[in-house]
Design a binder for this molecule. Structure first.
Ligand code: FES
Length: 237
């Protein structure tokens, strides 16, 4: 009996007494056919599902391209007043691809964040409300940004002064170069105006909010400055 047990546990099919076994064979033909059929089935399924998955998920990982845009010269901006500038966020789709930014020079007396940051020498606030995305309007007399939808109010620096918005107004990178002011991609800030990757409206950034609402893979990162567009040509110059 012990010898029989040893025979049954052998890795060779011939030792295990299988009908039609070959000398030195370790895998039965049935097991081999099973594995082959399952592998072929898996490959066929992958050939259908992988392209569909890549098509569905690909855009999530594709960063939205952006270009620096010239919005004026340093003389066009002051520290005390906002100037509204229209930006092209997505090219080729007309008005739907435009956004509005309120721009002023950084005022050292009140803008104490990023004083040495070359991307922060002009404050460019997005007009998109951080509650649900309506367009805010700057009321110069009150030095407030007011949202018409649910009564959101932001102070002169874009921080929430009242109503339901969950974080300050988003900002745009700005950059001064060769006598021109450029504007770049959008970023978000928390209530202390610290910079974060852009978030959607209604996504808070204070406390655990920054972890509960991580940035999307497709958002633009801080831009390189080696692709600045050429300044406009002045006729006759
Ligand atoms: S969308 Fe601005 S307060 Fe609601």
């Amino acid at each position: 009996m012990p010898a029989d047990r040893h025979k049954k546990s052998s890795k060779y099919t011939i030792d295990r007494g299988m009908p039609g076994a070959f000398e030195g064979e370790t895998v039965t033909r049935r097991a081999f056919m099973n594995v082959t059929a399952q592998t072929a089935g898996g490959l066929a399924a992958a050939a259908f599902t992988l392209p569909a998955l890549a098509f569905a998920l690909g855009p999530i990982f594709k960063r939205v391209p952006f270009e620096w845009q010239i919005i004026g010269t340093p003389a066009d901006f002051t520290e005390t007043q906002y100037d509204a500038k229209v930006l092209t966020i997505v090219d080729g789709i007309g008005e739907a691809g435009k956004a509005l930014a309120y721009v002023r020079k950084r005022n050292p007396a009140i803008d104490n964040i990023g004083t040495q940051d070359k991307f922060n020498q002009y404050i460019a606030l997005s007009s998109r409300c951080a509650h649900l995305g309506c367009s805010v309007r700057y009321v110069e007399a009150a030095e407030r940004f007011v949202c018409p939808c649910h009564g959101g109010v932001y102070n002169f620096r874009g921080q929430v002064a009242g109503g339901p918005p969950v974080r300050p107004l988003d900002r745009f990178y700005t950059f001064e170069h060769d006598g021109y002011v450029y504007i770049g991609p959008r970023y978000s800030v928390n209530s202390e105006l610290q910079r974060f990757s852009p978030r959607d409206p209604a996504e808070p950034l204070d406390g655990i909010g920054q972890y509960l609402y991580p940035s999307r893979f497709d958002t633009s990162v801080r831009p390189p400055t080696n692709n600045l567009p050429l300044p406009p040509t002045i006729p006759g110059s």
